[in-house]
Design a protein. Structure first.
Length: 314
């Protein structure tokens, strides 16, 4: 490891940047250095501009991909190399197009979930939809994160290294209990092939692609799209935007823009209420957000004191 790489790594560590962010930044700086076959210490604004032109015009990278390189180079030169530049001018960030996500209808969600062959993958993707979790958050759930007494799921150190609680419907609890009876996992709710490791996000994404082909749905479907569906279906059922923001764990401006823009129909004109997946029957059960707490309270009174299924001995 070069002294500059070591310095940058330590700079990121003392700022407690997420491990994925650290790895991404180091990769981008390495690609930048290899492009010129020189150390970044020997490169300046003209070289950075030429590299951005290369990424945009020759590599044809999307603005989102270029933004990752921009963030890495800004950190390198501002923090580790302490260059006193006007970074908005020297390393400009491309304008990112504002695109709205495709949203599945409740019927399409059911059709898709019914085409997932693996019980484990179906449970994970159902959790992404029914609790609005990111795929990275769903695969890292532990058995102790499922609180059947309070009817909530604890998201431990989600995006931005933030903890939060999301709602746990009685039906989702039964789905997770059914999966636990198969896995008998003591730590990770969705264990992977490697010992003491959760399932990888890539494995779930592959299962998602396969289920989409089997379902015949023409819309693109990703685990993150299920999260968008969770938010939009809640909005259409009458849930206030602030509640959705808290459940998603997103900053208010972004959550408001995406959720409201993808649902032009006013909540007051929607006859259906909040949707929940109903067990093995795969039916939709209407439930208002206000009655959710009452139902959750009733369910928790009959639920096991342990996080997962009755019969779970830990």
């Amino acid at each position: 490891m070069t002294s500059l790489r070591q310095r940058m790594t330590e700079d990121m560590q003392v700022r407690n940047l997420a491990l994925n962010t650290q790895m991404s930044y180091l990769q981008q700086v390495s690609l930048f250095a290899r492009h010129f076959n020189k150390s970044p210490e020997q490169l300046g604004p003209k070289d950075i501009r030429a590299y951005q032109v290369y990424l945009t015009n020759e590599k044809k990278l999307t603005p989102g991909s270029v933004l990752i390189a921009v963030a890495a180079l800004r950190f390198l030169y501002r923090v580790s190399l302490k260059r006193n530049w006007q970074f908005d001018e020297v390393i400009p960030a491309p304008k990112k197009p504002q695109k709205l996500p495709v949203v599945l209808s409740p019927e399409e969600v059911l059709q898709f979930l019914g085409c997932i062959e693996s019980t484990k993958h179906r449970a994970i993707l159902t959790t992404c939809y029914a609790a609005g979790l990111r795929i990275s958050e769903a695969v890292c759930l532990k058995t102790d994160d499922i609180d059947s007494q309070r009817m909530v799921i604890r998201v431990d150190q989600g995006k931005g290294q933030k903890d939060r609680y999301v709602m746990l419907s009685p039906t989702l609890l039964e789905i997770l209990r059914s999966w636990w009876r198969v896995s008998k996992s003591r730590h990770w709710l969705f264990p992977g092939d490697l010992p003491d490791s959760p399932i990888s996000t890539s494995a779930v994404e592959l299962a998602c692609k396969k289920a989409r082909r089997l379902s015949g749905i023409r819309k693109p479907i990703t685990p993150h799209l299920l999260r968008h569906g969770f938010a939009v279906h809640l909005l259409e059922s009458g849930t206030d935007v602030r509640t959705i923001q808290l459940l998603l764990g997103q900053p208010p401006p972004r959550a408001t823009r995406v959720v409201e823009s993808t649902s032009p129909t006013k909540p007051s004109t929607i006859n259906c209420l909040t949707y929940w997946i109903s067990g093995a029957t795969h039916a939709w059960v209407p439930m208002t957000p206000k009655t959710f707490l009452a139902l959750a309270s009733a369910a928790s009174s009959s639920a096991s004191a342990n996080p997962l299924p009755s019969g779970h001995s830990q």
